[in-house]
Ligand binder design. Sequence first.
Ligand SMILES: Cc1cc2nc3c(=O)[nH]c(=O)nc-3n(C[C@H](O)[C@H](O)[C@H](O)COP(=O)(O)O)c2cc1C
Length: 158
Amino acid sequence: MEALLICKSTHHGNTAKLADAIAKELGATVVTPEEVDAASLGGFDLVGFGSGIYFGRPHAALRHLVAGLRAVPRRSFLFSTSGLPVFSTWWHRGVRRALQQRGSEIVGEFGCRGWDTVGPLWLIGGINRRHPDERDLQHAREFARSLAARVRSAADET
Ligand SMILES: Cc1cc2nc3c(=O)[nH]c(=O)nc-3n(C[C@H](O)[C@H](O)[C@H](O)COP(=O)(O)O)c2cc1C
């Protein structure tokens, strides 16, 4: 299975940790939205789009990449770290919709806590300190394994 992860992680490198854990499990490479060859995405079995959440949305570089895609991967997944991951599916909504409208199937979404020192939170050392932690990364690896199983069984059926 050919997989790729596109990740933008600018605050504390939180989402980069998540991307590395998922990529290792999938045998995939991680690139930034600036590095990726957008025209090549249609050639992957699975592409993950991820970033931290900034003011309720994934990073602008990721959103702009997705909005400008001509060839979308057949299957995609979304991942993020945020201060309030209970709202992950809400944070992902714009990118999810843009991919689905172009015909990519969203096969999974993953969100977990990320160390957040934005604004006044900095004064108290932030929230979610030490996250993503080993437990978060273990959940991310399990998520990756379930994605791989899902994509492989879909491929067997076709
Ligand atoms: C400018 C800024 C805005 C943020 N806005 C939100 C937000 O709207 N909701 C939220 O849950 N977390 C928010 N966060 C917290 C980040 O999503 C969180 O720290 C995330 O783990 C950062 O990922 P990164 O280290 O990969 O950049 C914000 C952080 C920053 C720096």
